[in-house]
Design a protein around this ligand. Structure first.
Ligand SMILES: [Zn+2]
Length: 496
C-alpha cells in the first residue's frame, strides 16, 4: 500500500537586534510542483525526495518559504504560510488516507508576534481534526532555539550534526528514513527536550572543536546504547534571537522509556555545563591580527580575518568596513574583502574596466559598525552575481540549493585591496563566490570573512592561518552586551 506524505519547509534564522525587519518580499517561495523540482539541488527537500522515491511514497508538496537571516519577520508571512499548509492538510485528510507529514525547519524563527514559530506551527498542525496522531517527522538547523512546544508537536525532528552544515541533506535523508521506519514498524516515537542553562555565540558552536565536538560524540554514543532512542540532537542554539529558549538545548526522539530519555538529556546537559567556558573562544584585536599578517612573508593561500560581528549567516548586514579600513590603514596589499552594498554597485553601472572611480562603500546596515568608507580606486569588472556552489555540501545549501544569486555585483581595487561589492548579502560559504567574480582566493595574502564558523568548510583547506577578531557589530560574540528582554534567567554567561 503506497503511503502518502505531505511536505512543507519554513526556514528563517531571526536576529532580534538588527534594525532591518524581514518581509514577505524577502522570502523565496515555492509551491506545489516547484518543491518536487528541487530534486538534485542538494537541498533538504532534495534529500527527502530521495527517500520518498525509494519508498515509492505519494508526496503532497505544499509550500517552501525561506529567507536569509535578518531581523524579526512580519507575522503576516507566518499567517500566509500556515493558511496554505493547514488548508492543504485539511484537504489531504478529507480526500484520502494521509500517512505522515515531513517538515524542513530552521528552529530560530521569530516573528513580530511569535517567539516560537516552529512550536506554534506544530501546535496548529496538531489542532487540525485527524492530525492529532499523524506521524510528524522532519529536519532542522543546529542553530535552533528548541522548545517544549516543538517536542510536544513532533514525533521526530533531526538536527544537523555538522557546523558548517555539510550534512543538512544527509540529515533530511535520515529523518525521512526514520519516518519510513515508523510507518513500517507501526510505532511512533515521541520527543523530549532540555534547555541547558548555557548560551554560546556562533563562534562557539563549530563542531570541529570542543564543546560541540564532545557533545556530538556523546549524542552518537547515546544513540548506540539500545535504549530505544532513535536520535539525540545537540542543538547549539542561536544567541541573537531574543526568546526565552535561546541557547544550547538537547532533544531526543524515542520509543524507549521516559527514564532513559531523561537520563540521556541529563548527561548531555551536564557535559554542556562542564564545558561551558569552551564555548567562548578568544578573539583577536583587529589591528594586532592585521599587523601579524603583515609581518608574514610565506606564501601559499590567504590568511583569514574572520569577523563574527558582521556574520552574514547570523543575520548581520555584511557591509561593515572595519576590516577593509584595517587592510588600508596598515598597507596590506593583495588582500580582498566582500561587502554587500547595492547602492555602490548601482553607482558603478556605467564604469568601464580600468576607469578610476570614487565612491562610498558599506557601513549603512548597522549603527554599531565602523560606518561608510569613501574610497578612490579602479573599476575592474561587473557581473549578474549568479554562481553555482562548487561544493554540494556547502553550509548554505540546505534551503537554497546549489544555484546562488547575490544580485548585480562589481569588483574594484583600492590601494591593492580587491573589493567585491554585491547587491545582496551572501555568506562566504563557498569558493565559487570569489572565483565566479574573477578573484582567485588561493593567491591572496589576506581575505576578510564575514562569518563565524560556516566559512571553514570552504576556506580552511586553502588558508595559511585564521584570526577571529573582535569588532563592534550586531553579531558580536560579547553576547552579555546585547539587550535581551525575554531570555529565561540563570543562563551562562549572563548569570555565571
Ligand atoms: Zn545554522
Amino acid at each position: 500500500m503506497t503511503k502518502t506524505i505531505l511536505i512543507a519547509a519554513l526556514f528563517h534564522e531571526t536576529h532580534s537586534f538588527v534594525e532591518q525587519g524581514t518581509f514577505l518580499s524577502d522570502f523565496s517561495i515555492r509551491r506545489g510542483a516547484e518543491l518536487l523540482a528541487r530534486r538534485g539541488d542538494a537541498s533538504t527537500i532534495d534529500g527527502f525526495l530521495e527517500v520518498a522515491d525509494e519508498e515509492e511514497w505519494t508526496v503532497i508538496p505544499v509550500n517552501d518559504y525561506h529567507a536569509a537571516p535578518a531581523g524579526p519577520v512580519d507575522h503576516a508571512v507566518f499567517v500566509q504560510f500556515t493558511n496554505e499548509l493547514l488548508t492543504a492538510l485539511r484537504q489531504s485528510l478529507a480526500s484520502g488516507p494521509l500517512d505522515g507529514i515531513w517538515l524542513s525547519l530552521h528552529g530560530a524563527h521569530v516573528t513580530t508576534q511569535s517567539v516560537d514559530v516552529e512550536g506554534d506551527l506544530l501546535r496548529m498542525i496538531r489542532a487540525v481534526p485527524g492530525a492529532e496522531n499523524l506521524p510528524i517527522f522532519g529536519v532542522f538547523d543546529l542553530h535552533a532555539n528548541f522548545t517544549e512546544l516543538m517536542s510536544e508537536g513532533a514525533n521526530c525532528l533531526v538536527a544537523y550534526r555538522e557546523n558548517p552544515h555539510t550534512d543538512s541533506r544527509d540529515m533530511a535523508v535520515l529523518s525521512a528514513r526514520l519516518l519510513a521506519r515508523s510507518l513500517a514498524e507501526g510505532v511512533l516515537p515521541r520527543m523530549y527536550t532540555r534547555n541547558a542553562p548555557v548560551m554560546w555565540a556562533p563562534p562557539g558552536t563549530g563542531t570541529a572543536d570542543r564543546p560541540m565536538k564532545d557533545l556530538e560524540a556523546l549524542a552518537r554514543q547515546i544513540e548506540g546504547e539500545g535504549n530505544g532512542i532513535w536520535v539525540a540532537n545537540v542543538i547549539g542554539g542561536y544567541s541573537f534571537s531574543d526568546v526565552p529558549s535561546a541557547g544550547v538545548a538537547f532533544s531526543v526522539a524515542t520509543t524507549g522509556s521516559t527514564e532513559d530519555a531523561m537520563d540521556a538529556l541529563d548527561r548531555l546537559e551536564r557535559l554542556a555545563i562542564d564545558l561551558r567556558e569552551l564555548g567562548q573562544p578568544p578573539e583577536w584585536d583587529l589591528d594586532e591580527a592585521v599587523l601579524e599578517i603583515k609581518s608574514k612573508s610565506d606564501t601559499g593561500g590567504p590568511y583569514l580575518i574572520v569577523e563574527p560581528s558582521d556574520n552574514i549567516g547570523g543575520g548581520a548586514p555584511g557591509d561593515d568596513t572595519a576590516v577593509l579600513r584595517a587592510f588600508l590603514r596598515h598597507g596590506i596589499t593583495n588582500a580582498a574583502v566582500a561587502i554587500a552594498d547595492a547602492e555602490a554597485v548601482a553607482g558603478l553601472a556605467t564604469a568601464q574596466p580600468g576607469e578610476k572611480v570614487k565612491l562610498t562603500i558599506g557601513g549603512k546596515g548597522s549603527a554599531l559598525g565602523a560606518g561608510p568608507l569613501e574610497v578612490e580606486g579602479i573599476f575592474l569588472r561587473r557581473s549578474d552575481g549568479k554562481y553555482v556552489l562548487e561544493d554540494r555540501n556547502s553550509h548554505i545549501v540546505a534551503s537554497r540549493g546549489v544555484n546562488i544569486d547575490m544580485g548585480p555585483s562589481a569588483v574594484i581595487e583600492v590601494a591593492g585591496v580587491t573589493i567585491l561589492l554585491s547587491s545582496d548579502r551572501m555568506a562566504p560559504a563557498d569558493l565559487g563566490q570569489l572565483r565566479s567574480q574573477g578573484i582567485i582566493p588561493e593567491t591572496l595574502k589576506a581575505f576578510g570573512i564575514k562569518a563565524a564558523v560556516q566559512h571553514r568548510r570552504a576556506y580552511d583547506k586553502i588558508m595559511r592561518g585564521s584570526y577571529t577578531v573582535s569588532t563592534p557589530g550586531p553579531c558580536t560574540s560579547k553576547i552579555t552586551t546585547l539587550p535581551y528582554k525575554r531570555l529565561r534567567p540563570n543562563v551562562f554567561p549572563f548569570d555565571a
